[in-house]
Structures are given as C-alpha cells and as structure tokens.
Ligand binder design. Structure first.
Ligand SMILES: *Cc1c(COP(=O)(O)O)cnc(C)c1O
Length: 370
C-alpha cells in the first residue's frame, strides 16, 4: 500500500488549488485541431509587440556563457535599477518573475497563526502564496471591484504581517489614487509589510495612479514589486524585482534561491531597461488598443470595468462559460475569471490592432449566434 502524500502535505497546501494560467496557443491547437498561426491569444496580459531587437541581441551575446551559473547577486541589473530609480543596490531584490518576490515575502513573514490581508478579486498569487506558507488569507470585500483600503485597514490585527495591494489590480484593472495610498500608508501599523504590486505601472504613468517609489523613503514597511513581464515584454524569461528598505531586502535575500534569476533574464532585463523606445511603443500600442476595444465593446452594447492595465474585464451580465468555449472554437483565447468569483466576466488582454479586431469580430459572431 502506498502512502497518501496529499494527507501528509502541510494543511495549507492540501487546500490549495493550483494557479490557472491562460491557455497556451499550442494546447488549443492540439485540442481543436486548429492551425496555431490562426489563433489569437489575449489571455495572459503578454506584450503583443514581441521582443525588442536590443533584447534579442543581448541574449544572443550571452549564449556562449550558458554553461556558467548566472551572477547570483545580479550585480549589473541591481545597479541599473538602482540608478534608474534613485535607490541603492541594497534596496533591490531580484526575482524569478515578480511572482517569486511575492512568494519570498510569504516564506519570510507568514506562517500558521499569522495572516495576510488582500482584496477580493485581487491577483490569485496572494492567496496561493499565503496559504502555501500555512497562514490565513483575509480577502476583504471589494468596492466597485476595486480595493476598499479602509476596510483592508480594519481587517488588520495583531497577527497580520503582510498586506498585498495591486495598483492597478489584475484581473479587474482597478486602481487607487495617491491620496488613498497616502492615507493607507499613514494608518497601517509599522510592523505590517505593505507589498505594493505595480506589475502594470508602466502602462499608467502620468495618470492619477501613484508611483509607489515616491513613498519608499518615508515608509520602511513598504515594498514595491515590479516586473519585466508586461510592458517590457519579457514574460518568458521570468524576471521581476522589489524595491524596499535595505533591511527588508536583506531578509528576502536570505530565503531566495542562490541563482533565482537566470543569466539570459538578467542580461535581457538590463537591455530592456535601456530600451526606452520599446517601452514607449508598448504604451502607445496599449493606449490605442484600449480605445479600439472600448469602442468595439460599446458598439456591441457591452459593459466593462475601466482599466489602467494592458487588459480589460468585460461584463457579459451572465455566466461566460459557453461564450468562452465558443470563442475558443473561433480560435480566440481570452481569460475566464470565474476562479476569481467573476463568472460573468472575461478578461481580455490588449493585443495588436489586428488581434483586437479578430477578437471583436469573433465576439460579434458568437454573440449573434446566441
Ligand atoms: C502578471 C502579474 C504579476 C507578475 O508576473 P511575473 O511574470 O511573475 O513578474 C504580478 N502581479 C500581477 C498583479 C500581475 O498581473
């Protein structure tokens, strides 16, 4: 007889449901016998521009060193981030995606008997990382799909060690303004680490959305996490980072894997950080695509949650399971968010003009058929 390794797993782990990613193009092609070239994937908030030339050249140049371990301290990238953002390298933590950062936080500060506070409809990794650490996740009811920061403050107790905030949030696209963040940071107990997840900040710069880095100097309990996966277009390489006080960074450095960011990711991120043209093009394409999708949705009589990310949550006012299946048969992959408690919505990433058109055409066709 074999052992029950599920029963032997930590109680928090036993109750975990794995993260559900957007369906890969090749998987849909296999399942429905479709030509992968004809499939449009708008399901994972990926950058539709494809990798930039400077990034590809940097990766090419790094290939002969593949037999060597990467720089475990990520010296060059930490220096580049520090000088870009006016902090010291000791304030930078690199992650295998910013997902890694969220996980490191949970492993360093959460355990059974402790809790983390986050919002209803917030990024799925917060409850997963919290539960995997054996801690209690406190999902605070959202207001208009966005974070209710006052209610989140009220949910904090003596056993709260971490609050996760996403600005803008995924999958809703909702955001909060500087004044709200300032009130929150002023009121949160100083022993609670505030993780401000700014995975989409590059799409929102110059709007009323605050830049978390402006608050680092005044709040030693603030950690700002960012990523190269979205506006910088490096999702496959897995590289993200946190900026925090040196003490918080020191703790994270103790729990991370020695070589958590690979050498191609390090070199590509350095190149991407300098490629301001690519970033500007990402923004421009996203701004135009958002307008295109909003106009198309309006024409179809559909509602959505206003978004400052590179995606939009569309409200169909009825369960979207069948609709999603129909879109898949049209070769269009979007993201169902029933797992987030939003069964009436589909989250659609902003693509190229052609991809957005394909989605809108497929949607019109599928809705017409009922
Ligand atoms: C995509 C995303 C991330 C991180 O992605 P990585 O690829 O792990 O850097 C983090 N937070 C939110 C809210 C996201 O949507």
């Amino acid at each position: 007889m074999s052992c029950d390794f599920l029963a032997l797993a930590l109680p928090g782990v036993q109750k975990l449901s794995p993260y559900v990613p957007g369906k890969p193009v090749e998987e849909l092609a296999r399942e429905l016998d479709l030509d992968p070239a004809g499939i449009v994937k708008l399901a994972s908030n990926e950058n539709p521009l494809g990798p930039g030339g400077k990034v590809l050249a940097a990766i090419q140049a790094a290939l002969p060193e593949l037999t060597r371990y990467p720089d475990g301290n990520g010296f060059a990238l930490k220096q580049a981030l520090a000088s870009r953002y006016g902090v010291t390298a000791a304030q930078v933590t690199l992650g295998n995606g910013s997902n890694d950062i969220l996980d490191l936080v949970a492993r360093a500060w959460l355990a059974p008997g402790l809790n983390a506070v986050f919002s209803q409809f917030a990024f799925a990794v917060y409850p997963i990382a919290t539960q995997a650490a054996g801690a209690e996740g406190r999902a605070v009811p959202a207001r208009d799909y966005g974070h209710d920061l006052d209610a989140m403050l009220a949910a904090i107790d003596a056993n709260t060690r971490v609050v996760f905030l996403a600005n803008p949030n995924n999958p809703t696209g909702t955001w909060f303004a500087a004044a709200a963040l300032e009130r929150f940071l002023a009121a949160v107990p100083e022993q609670v680490l505030v993780v401000l997840d700014e995975a989409y900040i590059e799409y929102a710069e110059g709007s009323d959305l605050p830049d978390g880095l402006d608050y680092l100097a005044r709040h030693a309990n603030l950690l700002v996490s960012r990523t190269f996966s979205k506006a910088y277009g490096l999702a496959a390489l897995r590289v993200g980072y946190a900026l925090s006080s040196p003490q918080v960074a020191d703790v994270l450095n103790r729990v991370r894997q020695p070589f958590n960011v690979n050498s191609l990711a390090l070199t590509a991120a350095c190149a991407a950080l300098l490629d301001t043209d690519y970033l500007a093009a990402s923004r421009q394409l996203n701004d135009a695509g958002m307008l295109q999708l909003e106009a198309g949705l309006r024409a179809l009589g559909l509602g959505w949650i206003p978004s400052k990310g590179n995606f939009i949550a569309v409200d169909f006012a009825r369960d979207t399971t069948t609709l999603n299946q129909a879109l898949l048969r049209e070769g269009v992959i979007v993201r169902p968010v029933g797992g987030y408690g939003m069964p009436n919505f589909l989250r659609v990433s902003i693509g190229t003009e052609r991809e957005n058109s394909r989605f809108l055409e497929a949607l019109a066709k599928v809705l017409e058929r009922g």
